[in-house]
Design a protein around this ligand. Structure first.
Ligand code: MSP
Length: 528
């Protein structure tokens, strides 16, 4: 199986991380865990984008020297990921010596092939985006992301002949429908390449104006433009394009939000073409988390702090909510109320209740051990067929980054299991002394719960491991779940070993109550 290398963006460290950054990193983590569970060697990386005007401006505002400022801010980003159970294999800082070497070697290579020239350019620059905008891209004269009027800059600089690769890139996107996903962003990328000739990319800044950056190897009076530098972090994480690890893992996949579509869909592939390197295999693009109907931003004051929010109902519930609530590609609204409603409906009621009921019954009727099942009836056959379909759908949809639909497919199974409990009424079987039928029903439930927990591992690593432990099949704490653990799970039943010890009861997701007077979420009593 081909190895899996996924990148989350390397975030600007001009302000503290918020829910938007947390979302992308959690999605990258979930995708990587999923790839492992389907048998692939997998890793994802992220990092800190530390150069450029806006970092210098933020450092100045904070009154700290830029090096100290970026050290502190990068550390805050880096420290957040383990708190969210996200496990990047590497964290690249663009101010590191390793990265500088990768960028300088890349620049030198393209310079030598003649794709870099010196010239003069004037254009509208947005410092928030750290890029020039064409008149056509502006909305009512302002940057569509930051809603500020860009500044006109005219300077002598170095340029990358991006226009030279316009047709080749267009053809590549047309020939490879999966290159940029979902489809709407593929169309957006094609629209950027339609019509006018693409401007060449200004890839330097005179040191006289900005000296916080990577010096060009062919002109010490200039530093590298921040985007040209940042994209190459995806190579630094692999030890640069000459390394054995690079040869092993590249081409990789990228995950970003729509704000940085152009650098990833246009700048980066043309840079790779110029260097004669294979293009990435896929770009996954998601929408924005909105808060009070606007994209989160410090100036609007609607930024959601990730850690506090994650802790309100538990980290796993937070991860579940993020993946379930946002349809990948579209925008979604964040509110504590939506989080609570989703938590109570899906986790406390549907999933938590199922575990609580079934484990309580297994303790009572099967001495707390997984029973050996008897013969299936039509009901079990129907249930297994539904389970097969929902698990196969989950796997297909998750692999295609339709996380919300994948979870919805899995919840078809969870809801069917709850109905099966009601319909097969184990308590009446117990009262009637029909132990064989009772064992069959409880085994079927426990086996399907095991499958559900296994499929939820990428989304809720903590609670899923707890569920598996409660079912007597704990995940190895050091090694994690075995690679390829999901393979064959949609088709094969009966993998839960009879006799495995079960937890006597379960209270995975205590019901949450919204304390409106305090405006905070609190955990209430456990589900009955
Ligand atoms: N430094 C560049 C990326 C360079 S990658 C080679 C950058 N940094 S950023 O800090 O602005 O991060 C942008 C990314 O953060 C988005 O693409 C997205 O992954 C995430 N998000 C930031 N705000 C977001 C929302 N409101 N909603 C969803 N994701 C958001 O651009």
């Amino acid at each position: 199986m081909t190895p899996y290398y996924l990148t989350a963006p390397i975030y600007y460290v001009n302000a503290a991380p918020h829910l938007g950054h947390a979302y992308t990193t959690i999605v990258a983590d979930a995708m990587t865990r999923f790839a492992r569970l389907t048998g692939r060697e997998a890793m994802f990386i992220t990092g800190a984008d530390e150069h450029g005007d806006k970092i210098v401006q933020a450092a100045a505002r904070s009154g700290r020297p830029v090096r100290k400022f970026t050290d502190e801010m990068s550390a805050a980003f880096r420290a957040l990921w383990p708190e969210l159970d996200a496990e990047p294999a590497r964290f690249v800082r663009t101010s590191s010596p390793e990265h500088r070497e990768v960028v300088r070697a890349f620049l030198q290579k393209i310079y030598e092939t003649g794709d870099i020239y010196f010239g003069e350019y004037g254009g509208c620059y947005c410092y928030g985006c750290e890029r020039f905008y064409t008149e056509k891209e502006l909305e009512d004269g302002v940057c569509p992301q930051h809603r500020v009027k860009p500044e006109y800059i005219n300077e002598k600089n170095y340029f990358f002949r991006m226009s030279r690769y316009q047709d080749r890139l267009k053809q590549h996107i047309l020939d490879n429908p999966g290159f940029i996903r979902p489809e709407r962003y593929r169309s957006e990328a094609l629209a950027l390449l339609e019509g006018d000739i693409l401007d060449d990319l200004c890839i330097s800044r005179p040191k006289a104006r900005l000296d916080w950056g990577i010096e060009l190897p062919f002109d010490p009076d200039y530093v590298c433009y921040v985007w040209f530098d940042a994209l190459l972090a995806y190579f630094t994480a692999l030890g640069g394009p000459e390394s054995a690890e690079f040869k092993h893992f590249w081409p990789g996949e990228h995950l970003v939000a729509k704000d940085i579509l152009k650098p990833h869909a246009v700048f980066w592939p043309t840079m790779l073409m110029a260097a004669g390197l294979p293009l990435y295999s896929r770009l996954h693009v998601h929408g924005y988390w909105l808060s009070r109907a606007a994209k989160m931003s410090k100036s609007i004051g609607n930024v959601v702090p990730p850690l506090e929010t994650a802790r309100s109902l538990g980290l796993d519930a937070f991860r579940y909510f993020l993946l379930r609530e946002m349809r990948f590609g579209s925008d979604a609204d964040f509110s504590e109320e939506a989080l609570t409603v989703r938590y109570n409906a899906d986790l406390a009621n549907d999933l938590g209740n199922l575990f609580s009921r079934v484990l309580t019954m297994a303790a009572r009727y099967c001495s707390g051990k997984v029973p050996a099942p008897g013969a299936d009836t039509e009901t079990e056959r129907d249930l297994k067929s539904l389970a097969s379909d929902s698990l196969a759908d989950f796997q297909r949809l998750f692999a295609g980054s339709s996380f919300s639909d994948a979870l919805e497919a899995l919840w078809n199974l969870v809801r069917a299991l709850n109905k099966y409990v009601d319909a097969s009424a184990p308590w009446t079987l117990a009262a009637a002394g029909d132990q064989e039928r009772l064992d069959t029903v409880l085994y079927t439930l426990l086996e399907c719960m095991r499958k559900t927990a296994l499929h939820l591992l990428p989304v809720m690593p903590g609670k899923s491991a707890l569920m598996l432990a409660q079912l007597g099949v704990p995940v190895d704490e050091k090694e994690g779940p075995p690679s390829g653990a999901l393979n064959g799970e949609a088709e094969n039943f009966g993998l839960l070993p009879a006799g495995a010890p079960l937890a006597p009861a379960s209270n995975l997701f205590p019901r949450a109550e919204t304390d409106k007077s305090k405006g905070r979420i609190g955990k209430g009593r456990a589900t009955p």
